[in-house]
Design a binder for this molecule. Structure first.
Ligand code: GTR
Length: 422
């Protein structure tokens, strides 16, 4: 009887445990002992003592290790990349915003691989404004009910009924993800929002590199771009456009993403220093969470479920995390001295909230070289109690998602760091 009461109670109190995939480690006491690779020791064993040492020797080494062993090397900007404003309107969203939709053609061809960037910016802005640049999961038209948003032309993963037909987006998808996008709040605070559909860059299935921008390149070698790196490459191409847009202050662009797209924003920030701020929302394994903890999602599991996300070399670390020359605190450190915000959710144990916090904390030695505070808390902050140094962190109530609470913190963090940059 006692055990039945206990079972009923625990089902009621901790439903999150049951919402996570079973058979994985969720017990902090069972996290194996591990040693993280030292950020300030080079491969040759010399100690990094100054910003100069970091910038001239160690940073490029760490970046190259991530390319080689995990995300993969990406090509640069294509010579024929071109930008085309395909739609523009003033005073939309009840007068709050000006809207612009821009097609970015990867090979300069209208019928070739391309992506569409949707930009809302505050209607009253006289000068160039700072922006959040964010990939979306289901098409630009899903972020808001605005009927003028173009539907994606590319393959879309089907979700609710009628939202896609034969993996093509339909009108029914308009606004279905709006709860994750604090569009009006962002605009009212003086920021632009630029978003694009990640499947325009590279559709999220194991298609042997036939689609999206991969159609223009040879099949990746074991150390070349997986899908996460490809999506990050797309963010850099969006940045190429933003640099030409007079209404946007390209020196104040925060790259933000959720979940697999949070992994992507971290890699975009690491590989492209033009992003002035990096925001990881519930990015988990392969994002902010330390792989060596093996808490929740593991390297083996992610490489099995999503073999196309990382490069083929990363498969070597399936069940063998300690052999990997990098861990995710080094990814955070690659953004230094730029601000990074890491957000977790209590019920998102699959993404290892504590491991996400720790990668921020263990990035501190690099921020300290710059005499910056980095992660300002030595212990994981209490639930719903954000901390904001040059690294920000919170673990909020609730599930794997993007909420208004999350956006509120990103806006505060951006105000804090971008005001000084005006
Ligand atoms: C899960 C995956 C996570 C996370 C998530 C998402 O299935 O295991 O790593 O990326 O998908 O992107 O929604």
């Amino acid at each position: 009887m006692k055990s039945l009461v206990w079972l009923a109670l625990s089902l009621f109190l901790v439903p999150s445990i049951f919402a996570q995939p079973q058979g994985y480690l969720y017990d902090e006491a069972k996290v194996p002992h591990y040693t993280l690779p030292d950020l300030l020791t080079t491969q040759k064993g010399t100690t990094v003592k100054t910003v100069k040492d970091w910038e001239t020797r160690r940073r490029s080494e760490v970046l190259a290790l991530f390319e080689e062993h995990m995300y993969g090397r990406s090509p640069g900007r294509p010579a024929k990349l071109s930008f085309h404003v395909v739609e523009e309107a003033e005073r939309v969203l009840g007068g709050l915003a000006d809207r612009r939709q821009v097609e970015v053609r990867f090979a300069g061809k209208a019928d070739g691989p391309r992506m569409t960037v949707l930009i809302y910016r505050p209607a009253k802005a006289r000068k160039a404004v700072p922006a959040f640049l964010t990939l979306n999961f289901r098409g630009n038209h899903t972020i808001h009910a605005d009927p003028a948003i173009r539907l994606p032309h590319s393959w879309v993963r089907g979700r609710t009924q009628g939202e896609t037909v034969n993996n093509r987006a339909t009108e029914k998808g308009r606004g279905v993800a709006a709860h994750r996008w604090a569009v009006e709040a962002i605009l009212k605070r003086g920021y632009a929002l630029a978003t694009l559909y990640y499947g325009d860059i590279d559709p999220d299935f194991d298609d042997d590199w036939q689609n999206g921008v991969h159609a223009l390149y040879p099949k990746p070698k074991p150390n070349e771009w997986g899908s996460v790196a490809t999506w990050a490459w797309g963010l850099s191409r969006a940045m190429d456009y933003l640099e030409t847009d007079q209404t946007i202050d390209a020196r104040r662009v925060a790259v933000m993403g959720h979940s697999r797209l949070g992994k992507t924003s971290l890699w975009a920030g690491a590989s492209d220093p033009r992003f002035a701020m990096v925001i990881s929302n519930n990015s988990g394994c392969g994002g902010a969470a330390l792989s060596r903890r093996t808490f929740g999602e593991t390297v083996k599991r992610i490489n099995t479920s999503f073999p196309h996300w990382f490069n083929d070399n990363f498969q070597k670390y399936n069940g063998n995390e300690n052999a990997c020359p990098v861990d995710q605190h080094m990814l955070v450190a690659l953004a230094a001295p730029r601000p990074v915000y890491i957000a977790s959710a209590v019920e998102d144990r699959w993404a290892d909230p504590y491991g996400e916090f720790l990668s921020g904390l263990h990035a501190n030695p690099v921020y300290q070289l710059y005499k910056l505070p980095g992660m300002p808390a030595a212990k994981q902050p209490a639930v719903d109690q954000p901390v904001m140094g040059t690294i920000g962190y919170h673990v909020r109530t609730g599930k794997h998602d993007v909420t208004d609470f999350d956006w509120e913190q990103y806006l505060k963090f951006a105000d804090k760091h971008f005001k000084a940059k005006k």
